[in-house]
Design a protein around this ligand. Structure first.
Ligand code: GRF
Length: 199
């Protein structure tokens, strides 16, 4: 199975996926890393792991449609079976999602359906919840809406700052994302309405 990881930023989740692959905990090929940001640190991590990189910038295309067509061409050429969004900051259109139906995973840094959107960790912290944590889910046409694969609870303790919480959530992300990917690779994820059964 060939995996493409899409990133826009630092790529700590990408790193966790690379590490899991190197330890034999993900039995698939990380075929490429694609970024819409030229200087994303994720690209350095990919290069270090000898993974092919693609930089595809929205502003280089006349419209989002052409941008996505370019990405789909790459994915087809590389024989990609699974797309892993790891801090990819562009929203994919419903047409794109339909062409990879149930083959796109995302990680969100809050317990969905709470605190959707770009600032899941901060929003949970400011709301004053006592627990939060990351969610790995299938991508559907609506943002942060697809069926949930794995979640991990992170407690917000007395004295935690936003920075401390962010670190705890990221550590949990790095535990559950590789696990969810391997479940997919092993063909263990069965979608039944909103419910995802593993095994
Ligand atoms: C993570 O917090 C993830 O939940 C969100 O984007 C962030 C990406 O971080 N979707 P990194 O680039 O993997 O370090």
């Amino acid at each position: 199975m060939n995996i493409a990881v899409f990133c826009s930023g630092s790529g700590t989740n990408l790193q966790a996926i690379i590490d899991a692959k190197q330890k034999g905990n993900i039995k698939a090929t990380i075929k490429l890393v694609l970024s819409d940001v030229e200087n994303a640190y994720a690209l350095e991590r990919a290069k270090k792991a000898s993974i092919k990189i693609y930089i595809v910038k929205l502003k280089d295309f006349a419209s989002r449609k052409y941008f996505e067509e370019k990405i789909i061409d790459i994915l087809k050429e590389e024989g990609i079976d699974l797309i892993v969004l790891a801090g990819f900051m562009k929203i994919l259109s419903s047409d794109f999602v339909a062409s990879y139906q149930n083959k796109i995973l995302n990680i969100h840094p809050a317990l969905l359906p709470s605190f959707k959107g770009t600032h899941g960790i901060r929003d949970a912290f400011l709301y004053g919840v006592k627990i939060t944590g990351p969610t790995v889910h299938f991508v559907s046409k609506d943002m942060d809406e697809g069926p949930i694969i794995l979640q991990e609870v992170v407690a917000i303790e007395e004295g935690d700052t936003l920075e401390i919480l962010a670190e705890k959530v990221h550590k949990a992300e790095h535990r559950i994302y590789p696990k969810a990917i391997e479940l997919f690779v092993q063909g263990k994820l069965k979608i039944d309405g909103r419910r995802v059964r593993a095994g």
